[in-house]
Design a protein around this ligand. Structure first.
Ligand SMILES: [Zn+2]
Ligand SMILES: [Zn+2]
Length: 426
């Protein structure tokens, strides 16, 4: 038996129907907002990915991110040509840059497995939903995206979802902020560990993962981007807060919001909720107006977010938010004499023509066992084929709900079943 790898997903039937609930609710909602699904290849060109990552990050940080990408090496262990997708934004931007006419608006989404290495370097698979709204830098577009994320969470039953908002500013206000941060880091270099210094120097909003009290103290007192926002960024951010308040979305401003990707500008946001009193982050995103130009050469303003579907699944499971629709009307078919195979399959096929679910038992068993099996399958009706009955032109139909067995004429089987279905499902 292969060793179970905690970083991989194996969806068993007892969970798959729950995942389908998530998928169908999310997709129905996205259709209302006019978002189109894009299906990205799981295998990605290593070079495209590498160029994307290095274009959007400082060298040190890009290396950290690249180290987490799972790549396939050639048979001779030579350089890798293919990688398993670690995220979707880079390929979506390449796709859009190739196909979209200037000024086109694209509302896209994708979901499925992504792959990275965890902190220990083990391969890990995680499920993500990604939304990218490309082609607009309007405040309206980012509010649509934020509202969509809130709506998805509520649609899945996570009604206590709330937002954290911040503005990372534009290039004009980020420049003095970065300079101030770097001066501050120099001044407090002795109080910071080497890791924090390096990470924050490259991206002042990065998550360092450090728990040293001294580092935390220095970081808490560091200059915040909010002190550097230019009038336009300030105005836009006020508008975002106003719109979200008007939509009755609970939010708080988090001036110390962390984002590991340094490409965000202006509005950034996280989706959170409290579980057992502790805040749990289930997704987040922001505006990334400059990214497309850096990795594709084309200017495409954009805003997007991700939702961590594994976390959402766990939360919905804990909160018992999955309920199975009543199982479909099912007819259990079995034979109690040999050589009924053709007839069994013919009857099943006729029932399928009418959209009726069947369960065919291939074994020959006594009536009591068959009844137990049928009940275990949630069947409402049981058809028992016996040679001696067939020769008399009849068949035993057992109504398992009303506990009522009856012989019905062989040429009226489907009609009788449809009648029974009508009376049982009304
Ligand atoms: Zn600005
Ligand atoms: Zn530190």
């Amino acid at each position: 038996m292969p060793e179970k790898h905690s970083g991989f997903h194996e969806f068993m039937p007892e969970d798959v129907w729950k995942w389908k609930i998530i998928e169908s609710r999310v997709e129905d909602l996205l259709a209302l907002y006019n978002y189109q699904e894009i299906r990205l290849s799981i295998l990605q060109d290593h070079k495209v990915l590498h160029d994307g990552i290095t274009a959007l990050m400082q060298e040190d940080q890009a290396q950290d991110v690249e180290d987490k990408v799972l790549s396939l090496s050639g048979p001779d262990q030579s350089i890798s040509l293919l990688s398993l997708r670690p995220e979707g934004t880079i390929s979506v931007l390449h796709h859009t840059a190739k196909l979209a006419a200037p000024g086109d608006l694209q509302r896209l989404y994708y979901h499925g497995p992504m792959f990275r290495k965890d902190k220990q370097g083990n391969p890990m698979e995680f499920y993500q939903l990604g939304i990218e709204y490309l082609g607009s830098d309007s405040v309206l577009s980012e509010n649509e995206v934020i509202s969509l994320g809130m709506r998805i969470c509520k649609q899945l039953g996570l009604h206590d979802i709330y937002l954290e908002l911040n503005s990372f500013g534009c290039q004009t206000c980020r420049r003095p902020f970065k300079a101030a941060i770097r001066t501050y880091l120099e001044e407090h270099r002795n109080a910071l560990c080497a890791h924090c210094y390096k990470v924050l120097y490259a991206n002042p909003n990065a998550e360092t993962g450090c728990t040293e009290p001294e580092c935390l103290e220095v970081m808490a007192a560091a200059p915040k981007i909010s002190e550097f926002l230019c009038p336009t960024c300030k105005k836009n951010f006020s508008k975002v807060k106003q719109i979200q308040a008007n939509l009755a979305h609970s939010y708080k401003v988090n001036p110390a919001m962390l984002k590991n990707f340094s490409y965000y500008n202006e509005t950034v946001f996280d989706f959170l909720l409290k579980n057992n009193g502790k805040p749990v982050m289930i997704g987040g995103g922001g505006r990334y107006d400059y990214l497309a130009e850096r990795i594709t050469g084309r200017k495409i303003p954009a805003v997007g977010f991700y939702l961590n579907l594994d976390t959402i699944f766990e939360l919905m499971q804990q909160r018992k938010l999955f309920s199975r629709n009543t199982s479909p009307f099912t007819v259990y078919l079995c034979a109690q004499t040999q050589d009924m195979d053709i007839m069994l399959l013919q009857l099943a096929s006729e029932l399928h023509d009418y959209g009726i679910t069947t369960y065919v038992n291939p074994e020959i068993q006594d009536t009591e066992s068959e009844r137990r099996n049928a009940a275990a399958q949630g069947a409402s009706l049981m058809l028992i084929l016996r040679d001696e009955n067939i020769r008399e032109g009849k068949i035993l139909l057992h109504n398992l709900v009303k506990e009522y067995p009856a012989y019905i004429p062989l040429n009226q089987v489907v009609g009788e079943i449809l009648l029974a279905q009508k009376s049982l499902t009304k």
